[in-house]
Write a new protein. Structure first.
Length: 213
């Protein structure tokens, strides 16, 4: 029989008027799915309430798991460069993930822990934390980085390769999807610059939308 996990407490915390910092603190002890067991710590989002942009990735990676902060590894460094090129100050951006614990499978050699894709149940269990972040940050524009974020927030039919950079709506807010920074890192040498430019162009769409919103 499937194991039962306690429900995610985020909706209750929001209803009680908890601040973003208080919600983040509660998330440190989250045991609402199996992923907490093999990860070092909860990696909650980072940034200011009131940030113009809320950026959503998939889940923390190996380095984020160790440091306890989102997008601080190789993908994060690439994201920082893309944000700078698009004219977005990291202080204007709240950065988070759909899933707050690192899911991994055993690798070998220099990479003992390899990224594993979160499943539907894990994504659903974690979602209330993300919803709470969106409510408390109240951004002008939500930016989905990659398929996991785009499909869980904007609908399963979204394809970031096709729908990137298109202005969309999310619960009455402006939203845009783009490729994941890791997809830029994984691209072939020939393709990498084009993908990076696409990421910057999509972030620039978010900047334009923020002026309308
Ligand atoms: N990839 C993500 O989706 N999120 C991170 O925080 C780091 C890498
Ligand atoms: Fe809780 Fe999300 Fe971690 Fe699962 S992944 S234990 S729902 S914080």
């Amino acid at each position: 029989m499937a194991r039962e996990y306690p429900p995610n407490p985020a909706p209750e915390l929001v209803a009680e008027g908890a601040t973003l910092a208080e919600i983040a603190e509660e998330a440190e002890g989250c045991v609402s799915c199996d992923l907490y067991e093999r990860a070092t710590q909860t990696v909650f989002g980072e940034g200011m309430p009131g940030a113009t942009f809320l950026l959503v990735g998939e889940q923390p990676g190996d380095q984020e798991d160790k440091e306890g902060a989102p997008f601080v590894g190789p993908a994060g460094r690439l994201l920082d460069r893309a944000l700078e090129e698009a004219g977005i100050d990291r202080d204007e951006a709240y950065v988070t993930n759909v899933v707050k614990h690192f899911k991994w499978k055993a690798g070998g050699g220099p990479k003992p822990r390899l990224h594993a894709k979160p499943n539907r149940g894990e994504i659903l269990a974690c979602r209330p934390w993300l919803d709470a972040e969106i409510i408390r940050v109240d951004p002008a524009v939500v930016v989905c980085l990659g398929a996991t974020a785009a499909q869980s927030l904007l609908g399963k039919d979204i394809r970031v390769t096709r729908d990137h950079g298109v202005p969309l709506e999310l619960d009455g807010r402006l939203a845009v999807a783009t490729i994941h920074p890791s997809a830029v890192l994984r691209a072939t040498d020939d393709d990498r610059q084009a993908r990076f430019d696409q990421l910057v162009a999509d972030l620039s769409v978010a900047v334009e939308l923020s002026h309308k919103g």
